[in-house]
Design a protein around this ligand. Structure first.
Ligand code: FAD
Ligand code: DLZ
Ligand code: SF4
Length: 509
């Protein structure tokens, strides 16, 4: 008889996941299930589904090779389960376990299901903490409660540095400062070569999955062409090795840069591997720190990389669990505009958006500044409906799960939480994109022009956004200078901004 049924979800593919702690290979069964509902609750990018199904199948094989009994439910089986609840109840009926063990999930929606299982399943269901994260939700909640004048990621990050000991010398930060972000804003020199990336060619398992995804989800957004992303822990480790050696040294300098046709630059492209469990986040940070200590990567790069992981990544997760349920409904700026069709087609004359959305369609990836300062900036300035923007970000990126997507959208790009996660909106005119990229050269709009049909739309949308929300921003001391600049404009200039913005936004489909 099965003693314990251990249910592992698609983004929990770590051998050290807490639901496997104490695994008894002779008596326990591990359940992994491809289910329709998870692919359809939003219509995920084809590449994300292919990556996860292939990684799940490979993970099951690796467990079997260790002698573990795995009950793997495939989507294309005749008696395949439609959702997690059916997959679990069928497996309980098959294996008759004494208990079920799961690790807490990455989405509130699934946590609600798990809590329900504890009530409705015929055996006890134990939900264990997800120990892959450094800061458990209750510790984050206590930290947040102590912040009397609002949350600041930087202070949280320092706590995480102390907690992990990363880049510390006793109780002092290595290099005498906590943050070297000021060094990490260089545009990419035009002639700079980029390192060639390793490709992980699909094996027979992945080929099978690619056929399945094309057949069952062929109408979903995105392309499966040239799929070459790691799907095993071993290949994920190789991708990490490659990054540490070849891209990390320049990661900091060009972290915010963008170049036409080059989505990755010096970024790691490890997020989907970390989020699905193929890489351990703390291990990635330790590897980066070791490169710094060995003199193979500079401090601004290594500190920047580590800050994204133990700072931002942990911080947004903390905010998600603290504010759920309800965080996704916030709309402090009362943004109601429909998502324009070009978010799906990439057909827009705004070259920066066409590039970032086209790369998203082709790779299920765009780097942080494309997500934040191009697509996100547009969504903020145009006043797009936060629910629709959230759904888009959850669909299109291969690393997207609600715990990380939602706070980045609601808090970081749309300011829909009224400044809870980030006190100031990340709004910018075309000048920022021009400084950090080569997109404007190939654009039908003129980034230097401020008004009229040929002017870069970011230029007037920026001021129109400030004008629309000036009463709210008057209460935000970080917006003081911007507001003063707006107030100093002539009545004619203000009217011109309003009419340019109305013309552009009115023509959006
Ligand atoms: P790198 O630049 O190499 O960064 C290293 C690692 O830091 C990443 O792999 C990631 O694990 C972590 N990281 C960096 N920034 C963030 C951040 N803001 N929040 C959380 N982790 C971070 N990241 C996701 O993993 N899933 C998402 O669904 C997601 N949605 C986003 C939506 C918006 C609107 C924005 C602005 C950002 C979003 N991010 C998301 C964060 C970030 O853009 C991606 O983690 C990053 O682009 C992934 O590429 P990379 O692995 O090359 O990152
Ligand atoms: C995203 C996803 C998809 C597309 N399919 C599955 C699946 O079939 N089986 C599974 O276990 N997990 C899948 N996932 C990931 C889940 O949606 C994810 O585990 C939850 O959203 C919790 O983060
Ligand atoms: Fe984007 Fe404006 Fe530059 Fe065109 S001109 S690429 S719209 S920033």
């Amino acid at each position: 008889m099965t003693r314990t049924l251990r249910f592992i979800l698609g983004d929990q593919l770590s051998r050290s996941i807490s639901s496997l702690d104490g695994l008894d290979k002779d008596a326990d069964v591990v359940l992994i299930a491809e289910v329709m509902e998870e692919a359809l609750y939003v219509r995920h990018h084809k590449r994300k589904i292919a990556f996860l199904f292939s990684a799940m199948r490979h993970f099951a094989e690796a467990l079997r090779a260790e002698g573990v009994t795995v009950d793997y439910r495939r989507l294309d089986e005749e008696d395949g389960a439609r959702d997690f609840t059916t997959a679990l109840s069928d497996a309980i009926a098959r294996h008759q376990p004494e208990q079920v063990i799961v690790t807490e999930p990455g989405e509130y929606r699934v946590l609600a299901m798990m809590r329900d299982w504890a009530e409705t399943m015929p055996v006890p269901v134990l939900i264990r903490e997800d120990s892959r994260f450094i800061c458990p939700p209750d510790i984050f909640a206590r930290w947040a409660e102590r912040q009397k004048s609002g949350l600041t990621m930087e202070y949280f990050y320092r706590e995480m540095r102390r907690r992990t000991g990363l880049l510390m010398e006793g109780d002092k930060p290595v290099g005498g400062a906590w943050n070297f972000d000021a060094e990490n804003r260089k545009p990419l020199p035009a002639r700079m070569d980029l390192p060639a990336r390793p490709a992980f060619a699909p094996d027979a398992v992945s080929e099978d999955v690619l056929r399945l995804v094309e057949a069952r989800f062929g109408e979903h957004f995105g392309s499966l062409a040239d799929f070459a992303y790691p799907v095993t822990a071993e290949d994920a480790e190789r991708a990490l090795d490659w990054f540490i050696e070849n891209a990390l040294p320049l990661y900091g300098d060009y972290q915010d840069a963008m170049r036409q046709g080059a989505p990755l630059l010096f970024h790691s492209n490890l997020s989907a591997l970390i989020n699905a469990g193929l890489l351990d986040p703390l291990d990635c940070c330790r590897r980066a720190e070791a490169a710094f200590r060995a003199g193979a990567a500079p401090l601004n790069a290594v500190e920047g990389f580590i800050r994204q992981i133990i700072g931002w990544r942990e911080y947004v997760r903390g905010v998600y669990w603290l504010k759920m349920p309800g965080y996704g409904e916030l709309n402090a700026l009362e943004a109601r505009r429909e998502l324009p069709w070009f978010f799906w087609s990439a057909e827009t004359e705004m070259n920066c958006l066409a590039q970032a959305i086209g790369e998203t369609r082709d790779h299920a990836y765009a780097h942080h500044i494309q997500r934040l300062m191009v697509i996100g900036n547009f969504a903020l300035l145009a006043g797009l409906d936060p629910r629709q923007v959230q759904e888009w970000y959850l669909v299109v990126y291969h690393d997207a799960y609600e715990w990380v997507e939602m706070p980045n959208v609601v808090g970081m790009i749309l300011h829909a939480d009224g400044g809870y996660l980030a006190s100031k909106p990340y709004a910018a005119s075309g000048a920022y994109i021009d400084r950090m990229s080569d997109y404007c050269r190939g654009c039908r709009y003129d980034v230097k022009a401020k008004a009229g049909p040929d002017a870069c739309p970011f230029n007037y949308l920026y001021w129109d956004f400030i004008a629309r929300h000036r009463e709210r921003f008057a209460r935000n001391h970080r917006m003081g200078v911007v507001l003063k600049n707006y107030e100093r404009m002539s009545a004619e200039r203000k009217a011109e901004i309003e009419s340019d913005a109305a013309r552009f936004l009115g023509a959006l489909r």
